[in-house]
Design a protein around this ligand. Structure first.
Ligand code: IMP
Length: 423
């Protein structure tokens, strides 16, 4: 058997949680492989909205095992809050959740360091979700981090103290005013650690290897998006993990040859939250309409997302890097009512027209070249069959499939599980 991957192809918020939830019945195991509580995966079913941050999006299904892989960073406090919500909804998570011993822990002082670093950067700030993601991955690569498996060792609290003390000194180094009460934060943290310990900790690479050997089906669930990848994204305005396909191999311990289908999720337009370049960003009524109709506010931070037309140059790049085999287009319903739909098919870059993503896509270097297509009027939100889609939307879909050379297998026309059209 192989591990299928599901990834976001833009700057995150593509709707990955919904599609994982829709596809979960085809899989025995759903595994998160990178990121942490900076993610906000929204699922809607039976008229109720659920937001998950660290827990994989298969948790609401009865049979799937949900694995938090070694590449994920876990904040026990946020994790506990997620578990509390699941318990309120009667979800039996203990039998369905497993955590890799090699996943790293986000400490309260990682969050404080994130805030200090962003404040010190001033206008050049990344626009981080302030969940401590960057500092935790820094400690991982710096070989200072504390892992879930360390919680089983007698001396982990000594190691915790040493690291937290070092972080406090580092916060001072940033020379900015950060208000905090570490005693209070630590009380909450240690309480949450006890709850975390009720979830089985496993050697997840061994678990996955054995699952593949015994013909189990596995879906790896990506977080954030390809353009936020630490290597291939719009650096430095990126997150601190590899959000692209190769990240799943590292973040789960799966050999490259064991990867099967790669499902690439994208919105019918583009959004971005936080700072950084965005060539097709709109500052006009069209952008405002996309934001309003698409409810474009961050699921984790509540921040308004920046909106713009679909950028095919960036999307093609993401498809190449990830080896996407099937595409899934989200939020097609949000574009209903636009007279003309624009798609960026090339960039004007230093006096040339180019169709690849160059090193620097800052506004001063790049301007989008658009192709215009006819829009459609029909409200799509009640549709559930491919035959019902308006002709102009089919033309849009065919245009994208031809440009990208990959089939679009799902068109999503609303947040609910039911509002999903298979092609
Ligand atoms: P961090 O990962 O919290 O450090 O944030 C780094 C950048 O990635 C910021 O621009 C965030 O807004 C963005 N980001 C992080 N996680 C997500 C996500 O799940 N969706 C969209 N943007 C994200």
């Amino acid at each position: 058997m192989a591990v299928d991957l599901l990834l976001g192809l833009q700057w995150g918020d593509e709707g990955k949680g919904k599609i994982v939830d829709v596809l979960t019945s085809n899989y025995n195991i759903i595994a998160r492989f990178q990121g942490g509580p900076n993610a906000g995966h929204t699922l809607v079913f039976n008229g109720q909205k659920h937001v998950l941050h660290t827990i994989p999006s298969g948790i609401f299904h009865d049979d799937a095992v949900n694995l938090v892989g070694n590449g994920v960073v876990i904040d026990p406090v946020i994790f506990k809050k997620e578990l509390d919500k699941l318990a309120e909804q009667g979800v039996d998570y203990v039998s369905k959740l497993k955590i890799s011993r090699k996943a790293h822990l986000i400490l309260p002082t990682h969050r404080l360091l994130d805030a200090a670093s962003e404040t010190a950067k001033g206008k050049a700030k990344i626009g981080s979700t302030l969940k401590g993601i960057g500092p935790t991955y820094m400690d991982k690569t710096g070989r200072n981090g504390i892992r879930v498996g360390d919680l089983e060792l007698d001396d982990w609290k000594i190691r915790y103290r040493n690291l937290a003390n070092k972080h406090e000194a580092m916060i001072g180094f940033h020379n900015v005013e950060i208000q905090y009460d570490l005693d209070e934060l630590e009380a909450e943290f240690f309480e949450a650690i006890e709850v975390l310990k009720t979830i089985p900790f496993i050697d997840s690479e061994e678990y996955i290897f054995n699952a593949l050997e015994s013909e189990k089906t596995i879906l790896a669930e990506g977080a954030q998006g390809s353009l936020l990848d630490i290597d291939f994204g719009t650096y430095p305005y990126v997150t601190s993990s590899n959000t692209t396909a190769a990240g799943a191999c590292i973040g789960l311990g799966v050999a490259p040859g064991k990867i099967g289908d790669v499902f690439g999720i994208f919105k019918a337009y583009t959004t971005r939250v936080g700072s950084g370049p965005f060539p097709t960003e709109l500052f006009d009524k069209d952008g405002e309409t996309m934001g309003r109709v698409g409810h474009e506010f961050g699921a984790t931070t509540g921040r308004a997302r920046r909106c713009g037309w679909l950028d095919l140059v960036a999307l093609k790049y993401a498809c190449q890097i990830n080896g996407v085999t099937q595409l899934m287009m989200m939020k097609a319903d949000v574009l209903s009512g636009f007279k003309r739909i624009k798609v960026c098919t090339a960039y004007q870059y230093k006096g040339e027209t180019i169709s690849h993503l160059p090193f620097n896509i800052e506004e001063k270097n790049v301007s989008p070249v658009y192709t215009e297509l006819k829009g459609w009027k029909a409200d799509l939100t009640g549709m559930n069959k491919a035959e019902e889609l308006p002709e102009e939307l089919n033309e849009y879909i065919h245009f994208l499939e031809k440009e990208l050379g990959i089939p679009i297998k799902i068109v999503s026309v609303g947040p609910d599980r039911e509002q999903t059209i298979f092609r």
